[in-house]
Structure formats: C-alpha cells, structure tokens
Design a protein around this ligand. Structure first.
Ligand SMILES: [Zn+2]
Length: 201
C-alpha cells in the first residue's frame, strides 16, 4: 500500500498517466508533478490539446487512419502517389513508416491482423474497403508492410490471395525486418531500408 500524498483529483491524474505505454506508477507520479509545476506552460495547453483532439478525432473513411479530418491529411495530400498502396496493420505502423519517411505512397490500415487464436477473422479487418480501392483502379502496387509475426504473415498471404484477381503487383518489406518484429519498434533506418528493398510476394 502506498501512502496517499495528494487529493483524489491528483491521485486520479497519476493513475491515468500510469496507464500510458512506457509509464509506470513512479514515472507517472513524476510526470504529474511536472505537469502541476508547469501549469501554465504544460498542464493547461495539454488539457486543451487533449480536449480538442478528443472532440475532433475521426477515422479516415478512405484508409482507416486516425486524424482530425476525413479524408485524413495523407489521403488529402495530392502529392502522394495514388498508384502505390501501403497496407499496414495499425495506425501506429503508419506513423512509424511516416516517421521513417519510408514511402510517398498512400496507406490502407487493416485495423489488426488475422489471428485464429484470438478470434480475429477477415470480417474484423478493413479488407472489403481495400479490395474496393484496388478494384476502382489506379493502384499499381500494393506493399504489404505488416509485422514479421505469424499473424502478420498469415494476413499477408490472405491479402495476396484476395488481390489475386486484380492487375496489381503485391510486394512485401525486405527481411531487414527481424522475424517476430513489430514495425513500430524498428529504428527509422531499418524501416526505410526494408521499404526500399521490398520484394515481390
Ligand atoms: Zn486516409
């Protein structure tokens, strides 16, 4: 049992911060204290930014990305190559590829990977919209930027079969991605290289 050192409002702030990835109870406490000390510079703007993000966040009806506009910033960007479609499992993977500046193509977010053990089937993923995008024409290459996990590879095979009837080239990331590796945890250089050296599926 830890002793309560602050009122319930502050304890609640600490508890919520502790649920963030990468923050344990101790670092959540430090973060809370920092926020309280820097109220004008940090706490107030953060609260405002969170409120605005909460109110405006939307899932892109084209690609499944999360943004404050629909279509999302990437889909709305005319400079991005519409002939290249990068298929990712999650928004986190999309962000990782963008952070690595790995592609000028467009994205499609599946919202997960096929996982028979976890009961995730094809109907649980954004596959129909992927097929519809490919079927509507203009896409020349579909790059499967899925995790190098069993579920990721199962998904890659399934998508490849699904796109078989269409005149698109299906490629996958090079094996710079370690087996079992999740894209979000790769350094930017590895990720960009895996994209450049992608291979036919
Ligand atoms: Zn989008």
């Amino acid at each position: 049992m830890s002793t309560q050192v602050a009122g319930p409002e502050i304890e609640r702030l600490i508890q919520l911060l502790a649920r963030l990835p990468g923050l344990g109870p101790r670092s959540a406490r430090r973060a809370a204290l920092h926020l309280i000390r820097k109220r004008a510079q940090l706490l107030d703007p953060l609260a405002e930014a969170m409120r605005i993000a909460h109110d405006r966040i939307a899932t892109c009806s084209v690609c499944g990305n999360v943004d404050t506009r629909d279509p999302c910033t990437i889909c709305a960007d005319e400079r991005r190559d519409p002939s290249m479609l990068v298929v990712v499992e999650s928004v986190g993977d999309l962000w990782a590829l963008e952070r690595a500046d790995a592609t000028r193509g467009r994205y499609h977010v599946l919202g997960g990977a096929l996982s028979p053990l976890d009961g995730v089937g094809p109907d649980d993923l954004n596959l129909a919209s992927l097929v519809a995008r490919v079927a509507s024409g203009g896409v020349k290459e579909v790059i499967l930027a899925v995790n190098a996990t069993v579920d990721g590879q199962t998904t890659a095979h399934y998508v490849t079969d699904l796109l078989g009837p269409y005149a698109v080239e299906v490629t996958r990331l090079a094996h710079g991605v370690p087996v079992g590796g999740e894209l979000d945890y790769l350094d930017d250089g590895t990720l960009a290289a895996a994209m450049r050296q992608r291979t036919a599926f």
